[in-house]
Design a protein around this ligand. Structure first.
Ligand SMILES: C[S@@+](CC[C@H](N)C(=O)[O-])C[C@H]1O[C@@H](n2cnc3c(N)ncnc32)[C@H](O)[C@@H]1O
Length: 478
């Protein structure tokens, strides 16, 4: 029986909403000013989310007299408890003069043909990648709800079933708000619906056995409001932060179509300053991911020591804390050299000035972006970059200047840049999508920042604060 439960948990992604989350989400249900309302809870489990929302409506929307609830639950095992709990809810409604009717649909919500419209949809959908070459993905295409994850497909389907002014409240991972894979979904979402508010949790441990950044989002079926509310929820029980009211265009960055999670009004001011600055493209800088995948190289072509015909092969372990390259490394864990052969020659790059950024950082690392400068003093004509790093390079000779590379490296290592990165991404990976989307100082400012190379974090942050944000107080709030 216990095993059955675990299998179902895994197959159907049964991570139930805790009491604390139930109260936070249902406190954000809108007020209703009419007597009849309809609600849907897709992926209802035992019904706790819709039950909590309906209790809140009964307490706060006094005009409501009739509630029609539709629940979807794919797992037969849960239907009995769902029925039991909804019958109890019906009785609760009667005691409060509210007639509640409910329907349980024991099938897959995503391919349901029933397309009724609702005043409120509340959900904690299953999270699972959808393999884009699977039959299921083909099926979802027919229903126009194919996305890269089940939770975004649930959102897509649910949003299509909102009445005008209707509300969708969902608990989901934060991942749809940035990155390349959800871009198409975001475009559709932000063109058609109003992003009303977002609650962000500091803790990543909201569901048993899951370590993930979770958000509660509130979308409405109407034109976008001028403002969006953002609220942070701390790790303790009642640590609900102040609401920040930000302009939609401060939160929604339209070039990358990403959402920036602003924590306070200092962040907001910085975003407004940085939005007037440059993109990497404006600076004549491009970024790519290292093309060499170590396990695809023949063992005889990899070496820790120099041999004829071998060239520098750079990994994250060659980054030192002083923003310099530590190569060749005496006690190297991976390798220092790669042999150039006919098959792999296209993977090598010309020796030049580069700024290197680690692509993969450890979860416990507070700093996400770590950069070093590679100047052209290795005395090799070619160089190989491992797939675990990104390399920034200069597109024209005019910009190929070591001071600009130093300045860029200082800026990438600053607390300001790291904060801007965290505003758009909860990932431990630093992808070229993120680096291309963020803002950078002007060339003149980068030259001034070059004096921060090899300095400590405090000096770097003060310098960036003064040069880039024009803040002379020297204080830095992170
Ligand atoms: C993350 S749980 C949330 C359950 C409940 N709403 C809660 O908040 O505690 C997701 C639920 O969706 C159900 N489910 C998974 N895939 C589904 C699908 N395609 N259609 C309908 N229900 C589904 C699972 O069985 C599970 O009960």
């Amino acid at each position: 029986m216990k095993n059955d439960k675990l299998i179902h948990k895994k197959i159907y992604n049964q991570y139930f909403t805790s009491k604390r989350l139930l109260s936070i989400i249902s406190n954000n249900v809108r007020r209703f000013d009419k007597s009849d309302i309809s609600i849907m809870d897709p992926g209802a489990g035992c019904g706790s989310l819709s039950i909590s929302a309906i209790k809140n409506i009964i307490a706060n929307s006094k005009k409501v007299r009739f509630i029609k609830l539709i629940t979807y639950e794919i797992d037969d095992y849960l239907i009995l408890s769902l029925k039991y709990n909804l019958n109890a809810l019906k009785k609760f409604g009667l005691m409060n003069n509210v007639a509640i009717t409910y329907k349980i649909i024991n099938s897959d919500f995503l391919i349901s043909k029933e397309l009724r419209k609702y005043d409120l949809i509340i959900m904690n959908p299953p999270y699972k990648k959808i393999n884009q070459s699977s039959k299921y993905s083909e099926l979802l295409k027919k229903y126009s709800v194919n996305t890269t994850n089940t939770y975004t497909s649930f959102m897509k389907k649910a949003l299509g079933q909102l009445k005008t002014e209707g509300q969708l409240l969902s608990i989901t991972p934060r991942s749809f708000m940035n990155g390349f894979y959800f871009k198409k979904f975001r475009k559709w979402l932000f063109t058609n619906f109003c992003f009303n508010q977002i609650l962000v949790f500091d803790s990543r441990r909201l569901f048993d056995g899951v370590l993930q950044e979770i958000v509660i989002t509130d979308f409405r079926n109407k034109h976008q409001n001028k403002n969006i509310c953002i609220q942070y929820i701390g790790k303790g029980d009642n640590k609900i932060g102040k609401k920040i009211v930000a302009n939609y265009y401060d939160v929604y960055e339209s070039t990358g179509e990403v959402i920036r999670l602003i924590r306070n009004y200092t962040d907001l001011n910085e975003i407004r300053i940085m939005d007037t600055k440059n993109s990497l493209q404006d600076l004549g800088v491009s970024v790519s991911t290292g093309p060499v995948v170590r396990y695809r190289q023949k063992p005889v072509d990899l070496s820790k020591h120099y041999k004829r015909g071998f060239y520098p092969y750079i990994f994250g372990e060659h980054f030192n804390d002083n923003m310099e390259l530590d190569w060749p490394k005496k006690k190297v864990k991976k390798f220092n050299y790669l042999r150039m052969t006919k098959e792999n020659s296209s993977l090598f790059r010309e020796e030049s000035i580069y700024v290197l950024v680690k692509r993969i950082t450890a979860k416990e690392d507070h700093k996400r972006v770590k950069a070093i400068v590679l100047d052209s003093n290795l005395n090799y004509s070619k160089i190989a970059f491992d797939n675990s790093i990104n390399y920034l390079f200069f597109n024209n000779q005019y910009n190929l200047n070591i001071d600009i590379a130093y300045g860029l490296c200082v800026y990438l290592n600053s607390s300001l840049f790291n904060k801007m990165f965290r505003q758009v991404s909860g990932n431990t990976q630093v992808n070229i999508f993120d680096l291309n989307m963020l803002s950078y100082p002007t060339l003149e400012e980068l030259k001034l920042l070059s004096s921060g190379i090899h300095e400590n974090q405090n000096i770097i942050d003060k310098l960036v604060n003064r040069v880039v944000l024009n803040n002379r107080s020297g204080n830095y709030e992170s």
